[in-house]
Design a protein around this ligand. Structure first.
Ligand SMILES: Nc1ncnc2c1ncn2[C@@H]1O[C@H](COP(=O)(O)OP(=O)(O)OP(=O)(O)O)[C@@H](O)[C@H]1O
Ligand SMILES: [Zn+2]
Length: 814
């Protein structure tokens, strides 16, 4: 991004919010917004390009044009709390050369008694406002920027596109453990003062001090006082003496106290060998290689069926990057950070940083510093890995790119795919998106020329895709009492007899999903969310799955005191009980977020499954992703429709993805595999397509549906959620926001459809009433601009206690 045009027209200080980021009228990511600094420098040296550069990038007029007032150095600062800025401040003389974008500062703000921490986003020379009207930066907090110029530009882009305060984006980009220097301490290092290191000066010292001082000189490196005491065999006295006489210089250095975290255990049962690439893998690699060598930003979709060996392709592509002395980022859904995925990368590269949510702050900080120093070849992590400060980044990979966990559901509500794209384009490097079930967004991009499609249609060793059998739950014969139909029961029995393993998917945790009184009909619900509580058998708890509100499950109806309360609906706990009763000789493990709370629990369950100790693995969508176990001969889907009837235009897409992905966990060895899908809607196109592993059919049908309403990827959607404690006050705020949106739309002449305000599917959450507005347009730039204009000076009186959030490209519609 070029420094904005308004940088040349300095804004009034504080109080006058400067409209700094007129990025690009078109929000579609534009590579030119991210021209690398080095490129800028090169371009500036090029005489021919000079004139144009001056227009595009220049912030500093040549020195001979400076008037006295123009010689003021100005830093533009943003904050992560309101008022967010940006505001201009004068840079103190001593910091002029030092302060750079990406550093933190302390500055006075309003009438606050203490200076506020803020982030510098720009520095420039020259201020045309009133003389002396700029306040001064009090302190610069960092020795070096916490992000390089390219990352600063990425922050500005995210802030603009997702309409999130720039300071908050910085806080997301730079982990709090880095900001607080977690796991470090300051240590004093001693070096000999060169002016006193001559023989004459040394001889003036008492014996013990002489000995210690000679030792320090001979050591030829800085030492701490205690190190010197140990090595020179002296007490503190002589060292302090040398210090007070000025023979020793002291400098403070911040150091990590943490050491390298343990690498994942290597004997995880996986083979160590690298594979000879298959024909399709070779073809894919050739195209990726070409993209790497082209030195231009490019998105590649690796559309490979489950078990086609996508991971091997990523690894070979990264090997090429590493040979060229560069690094790569690999993003995976958090759940794929199992030992299996980790192991595959850790075995093949010397230095891998694995980031995950269970790291301690000091581990996180330690890894961040390693990455930033360029000591790491590959970073593997969840969505936040897209921000890894890798210095010579050469490739970004996003595995299972369709996964919803790549979208952050709190401010800033970024999608890591979009951010990865922006980062890759700005650096001129390839972005590989991999999936067996690509998102409609990415699929559409391959037909508009925004992404290159690389298909891998065959499984490794030409293994066939598993056959999928649909069981119609509406037909009585197939329905036995309980969750498992007769065909599924028989199939499990057969598989166990053949010493094969079984995976059973049920995408709801808990025991019973409703607790209802058969006498009066009362449903036990969360007081804060109005949603039915789920009964959890362990501990006899009733929990809200939206806010974690938990009570002891009531033994009788809280409304009418009838004591025959009924547990309805099926969760993984109840399924576990049923499976145990049906197959008493089998060893069963359950995997859902209730059983996977403790660190290492994944690893334990999965290694028990790999070793064959566990025969049946049942669980939520956690077990649908990425697992690669050859002895899984049967996959059962208990209820394929659970997500199908959600009020969400992506319901069919989610269902197709989930069923296809879990079906893909079988047939990965020589013994084949089969899949049984239980459903109430066997004729539904998404379920039909999944049963035939037919992504193309699904995508074609689905695109027709999306086109009818211009839903993404054909149009853009934004959602504004308004929440407050008092229902009608909240609704009134939502209405006035609607008024502003309509006015903005008219003023801009933009073609934006506005729906609502209406209560969303979850009308109350954590004690707050909710309303939402949905905005739709075929032009994402107009959509963004309309919201920006409507919310620009929109403030809600504090007494109303109502907040709103803007969610651009929302994934969660509840
Ligand atoms: N060229 C090869 N020759 C033999 N085996 C291979 C080859 N490439 C990959 N494999 C093996 O095939 C299996 C499937 O590969 P992988 O897990 O990468 O598939 P995938 O495409 O990522 O599947 P999914 O989308 O289901 O996660 C793995 O056990 C892997 O080690
Ligand atoms: Zn709740």
């Amino acid at each position: 991004m070029a420094p904005s045009s308004s940088a040349e027209e300095p804004q009034p200080n504080e109080g006058g919010k400067s409209e700094a980021f007129d990025l690009s009228a078109d929000l579609a990511i534009d590579a030119s917004m991210f021209t690398d600094d080095a490129d800028q420098e090169a371009a500036k040296k090029d005489d021919g390009a000079k004139a144009q550069q001056a227009e595009l990038f220049e912030t500093e007029p040549p020195p001979w044009e400076l008037t006295v007032e123009d010689d003021i150095a100005v830093g533009r600062i943003v904050f992560s709390e309101a008022p967010y800025g940006p505001y201009d401040y004068q840079i103190p003389e001593a910091e002029r050369e030092h302060l750079k974008p990406g550093m933190r500062v302390r500055v006075p703000l309003g009438k606050r008694r203490h200076p506020m921490m803020g982030w510098c986003i720009e520095t420039r020379i020259g201020y045309k406002g009133k003389r002396g009207s700029l306040r001064e930066i009090v302190e610069v907090l960092d020795d070096e920027p916490l992000c390089d110029p390219a990352l600063v530009r990425l922050v500005l882009w995210i802030s603009h596109y997702y309409q999130a305060p720039t300071g908050q984006v910085f806080d997301t980009l730079i982990p709090s453990s880095v900001r607080s220097n977690a796991g470090t301490r300051e240590r004093a290092y001693l070096t000999p003062n060169p002016d006193r290191s001559d023989e004459k000066s040394i001889e003036l010292l008492p014996k013990k001090q002489q000995a210690a001082f000679r030792f320090l000189i001979a050591a030829g490196r800085p030492m701490t006082a205690s190190e010197l005491m140990v090595h020179a065999k002296c007490t503190r006295g002589p060292v302090s003496g040398l210090q007070s006489k000025g023979y020793i210089d002291v400098s403070m250095q911040r150091e990590m106290t943490a050491t390298t975290p343990m690498r994942w255990q290597k004997n995880d049962g996986e083979s160590q060998q690298t594979h000879v690439p298959s024909e399709e893998q070779t073809a894919a690699l050739e195209r990726i290689s070409a993209a790497i060598e082209s030195g231009t930003g490019k998105t590649l979709l690796l559309h490979g069926v489950t078990g086609s060996g996508k991971t091997e392709v990523y690894i070979k592509a990264i090997e090429q990057i590493v040979r060229a002395g560069r690094g790569a980022i690999v993003m995976v859904p958090e759940i794929s950070l199992t030992p299996q995925t980790r192991g595959r990368f850790e075995r093949r590269f010397e230095t891998v940083a694995v980031l995950h949510s269970q790291m301690t702050p000091s581990e996180r900080h330690f890894q961040w510093q390693r990455i930033r120093r360029g000591e790491v070849q590959v970073v593997v992590g969840p969505r936040s890995a897209v921000f890894a400060p890798m210095p010579r980044l050469g490739l970004i990979v996003m595995d299972e790119e369709h996964d919803a966990s790549f979208k952050q559901n709190e401010q800033p509500r970024y999608h890591a795919r979009k951010v990865a794209h922006a980062r890759a384009m700005s650096l001129g490097i390839p972005l590989i998106l991999g999936s067996a079930t690509p998102s409609m967004e990415t699929w559409h991009a391959t037909s508009t020329g925004h992404a290159e499609l690389i298909p891998m249609n065959e499984r490794i060793n030409q293994r066939p895709m598993p056959s999928v059998e649909l069981v119609d739950l509406r037909i009585r014969d197939d329905r036995t009492r309980g969750a498992i139909s007769r065909p599924l029961h028989l199939a499990v029995q057969e598989t166990l007899n053949e010493k094969g393993q079984v995976i059973l998917l049920l995408n709801r945790r808990g025991f019973a999903t409703t607790i209802q009184c058969p006498s009066c009909g009362h449903v036990v619900a969360c007081p804060d969310c109005d949603m039915p509580l789920t009964h959890h058998r362990d501990g006899g708890k009733a929990c809200c799955h939206y806010c974690d509100y938990t009570i002891a499950t009531p033994p009788w109806c809280p409304a009418c005191r009838f004591d025959g309360i009924r547990y309805g609906g099926l969760g993984t706990q109840r399924l576990e009980v049923e499976v145990k009763a049906r197959f008493p000789d089998a060893c069963i493990a359950r995997m859902d977020s209730d059983t996977m709370k403790r660190p290492g629990s994944h690893q334990r369950v999965l290694s028990a499954f790999r070793s064959g100790e566990v025969n049946i693995l049942l669980g939520t969508q956690m077990i649908a992703k990425g697992l690669d176990f050859p002895n899984v001969l049967l996959v059962g889907v208990i209820n394929a429709d659970s997500a199908l009837h959600f009020p969400d235009f992506r319901a069919a897409e989610r269902t197709f993805q989930l069923v296809t992905q879990v079906a893909g966990r079988t047939g990965r060895g020589d013994r084949g595999g089969r899949v049984i899908v239980q459903t109430f809607s066997p004729e539904h196109p998404a379920i039909q397509a999944a049963s035939r592993h037919d992504y193309h059919q699904f995508a074609t049908d689905e695109m027709v549906n999306r086109r009818k309403f211009n839903y993404p990827p054909l149009g853009s959607v934004a959602r504004i959620i308004i929440r407050g404690v008092v229902e009608d006050v909240t609704e009134a705020v939502a209405d006035s926001l609607l008024g502003r949106l309509e006015a903005a739309r008219q003023a801009l002449g933009s073609e934006v459809r506005i729906l609502g305000p209406a209560p969303p599917p979850i009308p109350k959450l954590r004690g707050k009433y909710r309303f939402h507005l949905l905005l739709q347009s075929t032009d994402s730039a107009q959509l963004g601009e309309t919201i920006r204009r409507a919310t620009d000076s929109f403030t809600i009186p504090e007494k109303d206690d109502v907040q709103y959030v803007v969610d651009i490209d929302p994934i969660d519609m509840l």
